[in-house]
Design a protein around this ligand. Sequence first.
Ligand code: CIZ
Length: 304
Amino acid sequence: MSSSGVLDRIQALRRERGALILAHCYQPAGIQDIADRVGDSLDLSRAAASSPEPVIVFCGVRFMAETAHILAPGKTVLLPDPTAGCPLADSLDMGALRALQEMAGPSSLTVMYVNSPAEAKAASYACCTSANALQVVERAPSNRVVFAPDRNLGEFVSRSLEGRKELLIYQGCCTTHANADLDDLLSSKRDWPDAEVLVHPETPPAFWENADFVLGTGGMVRRIRESAAGRFLIGTERGMIHRLETLYPERSFRVVGSIFCPNMKKVTLEAIERSLATLSPAITLPAELRERALRAVRRMAETG
Ligand code: CIZ
């Protein structure tokens, strides 16, 4: 099957279905290239909610498609590969979360990273992404905040707050980012001593201490636009390099830490075609769970 045949069929189907194709910036290059919009989960969930198209093809992982469904229940949200999960979201244990919330006490509030199951979102005051985690925690009307499930992002927010709030941090992690290879970062810095170093807050603190900026992917895009540097070392999932090379073809980028997420590489052109042809697999949640999760997801979408 030739790639141009698949592309032509996708174009015809997307017109016929009135579909918007959204791709996360960790997706493979060929998927990013056909998307109507490429971005982080905050960007994409806002696009899913505000766009007029009745069908959303979400090229990402399950929690992203669920978030789009929570915000836009009247639309058909397709996840072309239903096995594309997020180990961080899937590992959250509701019993452990409730125990942490009980320990924090009734005056505390919970801020839930969007990489989480819908049930955890429903048990939270607000959701956040890495782009707005600090702002969401700062705005939460309590000085005691339970932060879940990513311990590195929680620690980063806690350090940034410099004692202004107390954070009780759930001890989960994105294994892809948490196991980032520090030696690779250090040797890349020796190879490109003039490069600006941007790393994601899901990486371990030793990464932040060797970086110029700690940013989510949206923040990386904005920082590069403002920076005078010509070369950048990027400490996040390697799909981000294609996104940056597309946006800034005159700059040079190298991924550091050997950060690779197999779940983010599951969507293929053939799966998108199949999804558009069959309008499946459509991601839905029980209506009462969706309604309970909506308040926290809205607070995320409205911040930053
Ligand atoms: O929030 C997202 O989209 C993720 C998973 C990473 C980032 O920093 O954008």
